[in-house]
Structure formats: structure tokens, C-alpha cells
Design a binder for this molecule. Structure first.
Ligand SMILES: [Fe+2]
Length: 229
């Protein structure tokens, strides 16, 4: 089975549409989102619509959670501005959809148990699992999740780590990459060969950036898209 993983879309419809176009050419069996559909950028409703239509399942990210609850205590000013904007434009129906998301999900394919969450197995919404995390901690996470393959979001940085027979992945971010490469990131995982393929897609950053400024969101959110930070 070929599964496309996307994550951290963050209301960037220009990026999401390009990524979905590319994924449609790949002939995948499933599309899974590792959370943070909304926040930061200008088009939360539009992104929710695409996710509802085209994505098989998504987990709940910290920005999705903050949009539901209004609790932004742990965010910087840019995060707070994005959440306020989301709460002002999303319909009750769209908030209801965010509320329906779970903090993790499991997939079972070709004898592999695949666990998907936004953060980590011990703190599914908030903890960051960065690419330089220790082997020991990764193995602990595999034990907590009781899975062979663990897929995270949240860091906005693509990751592939293999420790013993366990695989740890992060597709990177569709809507706000932070690894210095401004192109949208996603990943295809082949459950038969166990290969992860990371993909980058160029999109119209000018349009995304302009929309951020038009909605009076912070200028830094418009600038960072060009830098991939
Ligand atoms: Fe995020």
C-alpha cells in the first residue's frame, strides 16, 4: 500500500492545492494528515474543505486544538494572531469538524502497525520530536505507541529515522516549511518495501504571502514563507 502523509498545512491553500495535485499523480491508496490544518496563514476554511474532501483521516494538531478552545497560552505572538484569525472566520460546522479529530490514529497495512500523531506518543498534541532525538527516546516512543512505524508532524522538518526494526517519520510541512527550503513538503510511504520518499513542491508563495498581509496577519508570517523558516 502507498500512503501519502501530509502535515502542518496551516491554512496555506496555495501550497495545499499544489501538493494535492502532485499526490493525485502518485496513485496512492490513502492520504493521511498529521495535524495543524489551520493557523498562521490566510485560508483556514478553504484548507478544511480540501481536507474533508480529499484526505482519508487527520489527527489533531496544537493549532487545531487552540482554534477549538481559544487557549493560546503557550503560543508566540504569531501563533496567537493566527488562532484569533481562525476563530473569527471559521463556521460552527468547521469548528465541529476540528473537534471531531482524534489525537492519534492507527493504520494496519502489510503487517505493519502504523501510529500517527501530531506531537509524540507521550504528549500527542504538544511535544516536538526533532530529527536529532536520541535512539533511546525513539524506542521508548515505539513502546508507548506499540507500533512498527511512527509518523509525527509538528516540527515542520522532514525526518526519517530507523532504530532496530522501528521506523520514525515526519513528512515535513505543506504550508510553512522550516528546514530552510521554502517548497512544500510531503512524503509517500510504501508499506510493502517500507521505503519513505520525501517530496518537495514549488507553489505560489507570492500569492500566499500577499493574502497574509491583506488579512492583517503579522508581516513575519508572510516573510517566513520565502525563507522556509
Ligand atoms: Fe504546526
Amino acid at each position: 500500500m502507498k500512503i501519502a502523509f501530509i502535515s502542518d498545512i496551516h491554512s496555506n491553500i496555495h501550497a495545499l492545492k499544489k501538493v494535492m495535485e502532485e499526490i493525485e499523480k502518485e496513485g496512492v491508496d490513502k492520504i493521511i494528515c498529521c495535524g495543524d490544518i489551520v493557523g498562521y496563514n490566510a485560508f483556514p476554511s478553504e484548507c478544511l474543505r480540501v481536507v474533508k474532501e480529499k484526505v482519508d483521516a487527520s489527527v489533531l494538531g496544537n493549532h487545531d486544538y487552540a482554534t477549538i478552545t481559544g487557549n493560546t497560552g503557550w503560543f508566540n505572538e504569531y501563533g496567537v494572531a493566527g488562532i484569533r484569525y481562525c476563530r473569527s472566520v471559521l463556521s460552527d460546522e468547521e469548528i465541529k469538524f476540528l473537534k471531531s479529530l482524534h489525537t492519534h490514529l492507527y493504520l494496519d497495512a502489510d503487517g505493519l502497525d502504523i501510529y500517527v500523531t501530531h506531537g509524540s506518543p507521550r504528549d500527542e498534541i504538544f511535544e516536538y520530536v526533532f530529527p536529532d532525538v536520541s535512539d533511546e527516546l525513539l524506542l521508548q516512543f515505539a513502546e508507548i505507541a506499540d507500533a512498527d512505524v511512527l509518523v509525527f508532524g509538528h516540527t515542520h522538518i522532514p525526518m526519517e529515522r530507523r532504530v532496530k526494526d522501528k521506523i520514525f517519520l515526519n513528512p515535513g510541512s505543506v504550508g510553512q516549511p522550516r528546514d530552510g527550503n521554502p517548497m512544500s513538503s510531503y512524503m509517500i510511504f510504501d508499506t510493502e518495501s517500507r521505503d519513505a520518499t520525501f517530496k518537495r513542491v514549488a507553489y505560489n508563495i507570492d500569492a500566499a504571502s500577499k493574502s497574509i498581509l491583506e488579512k492583517n496577519l503579522p508581516r513575519f508570517l508572510a516573510q517566513r514563507l520565502y525563507l522556509g523558516i
